[in-house]
Write a protein that binds this ligand. Structure first.
Ligand code: ADP
Ligand code: MG
Length: 246
C-alpha cells in the first residue's frame, strides 16, 4: 500500500486507517450566498468519517443539518474549504479535493459510485442503456452489461415494456429503480446512497435492502441517507449524526 503525498503541505493518511476504504478528515464547508450580500453559511465543521469494507454508515440528523452537503462533498461535487477525503483507489490512497479532473473521473469510474436522488435522463436513450452505461465504462462488454441490467430490472420489478423506452416519462419510482440498477450493477468498492428508497413501494424497498446486504458481503463500504427508519435500522451498522449549525 502506498500513500499519496500529492502536494507540498498535504498531510498523509494516518497509519491506523490503512485497512479502510475512505477516510474523511475534518471537513469544513461553508456556502457563500453571493446574491445575498456574500453572507457565509457554515454547514460542516470538523466532520470526520472512516468507512471500512463491508459496512454501511447512516448519515442522520434534522433537515438542513448538512447530510446532503457532506455526501456531495464526499463525491467531490462540492468543493470543501478544508480537510481531506482519502479514497483507496486501485491500491493507492488519493485525496479527492487535490485531484485533477481526469483523476477524479477515474475514481468515479472504478472506485466511488453514487446513487443520486434523481436520475439525469437524456431523451431518446433507452432505460436499459442508461442503466448499463457505468458498467460498460467499468470495462464490461455491452452484451454482458445489458444482461446484468435485465436481471436487476427484473429483480426490481421494472416492467419489461419500459426497458427500451427513455426514462424521461417514467414515474419517480421507475426512475429511481433505473438509478439503483445503474449503480448496483457495478462492484464499486465504495457506494454513496442519497435516499435510494424514497420513491419506492414496500416490495421494491425490500429488494434494495437485499442489494445493499449483498454488496456488504462482497466488501463494499457504503454511506447512506435513509429517511425510512426501518430501512436504516436494517441495513446500517452505525450512524454519523449531524446537528444544525448555530
Ligand atoms: P440536509 O441534507 O441535512 O437536509 P443540506 O446539506 O441539504 O441538509 O443543507 C444544509 C444547509 O446548507 C441548509 O441550510 C441549506 O440551505 C444549505 N445549502 C445546501 N446546499 C446549498 C447550496 N448549494 N447553496 C447554498 N446553501 C446551501
Ligand atoms: Mg438532504
Amino acid at each position: 500500500m502506498s500513500y499519496s503525498t500529492l502536494s507540498a503541505g498535504s498531510s498523509v493518511l494516518p497509519l491506523q486507517q490503512a485497512d479502510a476504504l475512505l477516510v474523511a478528515e475534518n471537513l469544513d464547508k461553508s456556502f457563500v450566498l453571493h446574491p445575498q450580500g456574500g453572507v457565509r453559511l457554515p454547514v460542516l465543521k470538523g466532520v470526520s468519517l472512516t468507512i471500512q469494507p463491508g459496512e454501511c454508515v447512516a448519515l442522520q440528523g434534522p433537515s438542513g443539518s448538512g447530510k446532503s452537503t457532506f455526501m456531495r462533498s464526499l463525491y467531490a461535487n462540492y468543493r470543501i474549504d478544508s480537510g481531506h477525503i482519502w479514497v483507496k483507489h486501485q491500491g493507492h490512497w488519493v485525496d479527492l479535493p487535490q485531484l485533477e479532473p481526469h483523476q477524479l473521473m477515474a475514481v468515479r469510474q472504478y472506485t466511488l459510485g453514487y446513487v443520486s436522488q434523481f436520475l439525469r435522463v437524456i431523451p431518446r436513450v433507452p432505460a436499459i442503456e442508461v442503466a448499463a452505461e457505468p458498467l460498460m465504462d467499468f470495462g464490461v462488454e455491452p452484451e454482458i452489461a445489458k444482461e446484468k441490467i435485465r436481471q436487476l430490472f427484473t429483480q426490481l420489478n421494472l416492467p419489461e415494456r419500459l426497458w427500451q423506452l427513455s426514462p424521461t416519462t417514467f414515474s419517480g419510482g421507475e426512475k429511481q429503480r433505473v438509478n439503483i440498477a445503474r449503480a448496483f450493477a457495478v462492484d464499486y468498492p465504495i457506494l454513496l446512497l442519497d435516499e435510494p428508497t424514497s420513491a419506492l413501494d414496500a416490495a421494491n424497498r425490500e429488494v434494495v435492502m437485499q442489494l445493499i446486504a449483498a454488496h456488504k458481503v462482497k466488501g463494499c463500504g457504503m454511506v447512506g441517507i435513509f429517511h425510512d427508519d426501518e430501512v436504516r435500522e436494517r441495513v446500517c451498522d452505525r450512524s454519523l449524526c449531524f446537528e444544525e449549525f448555530n
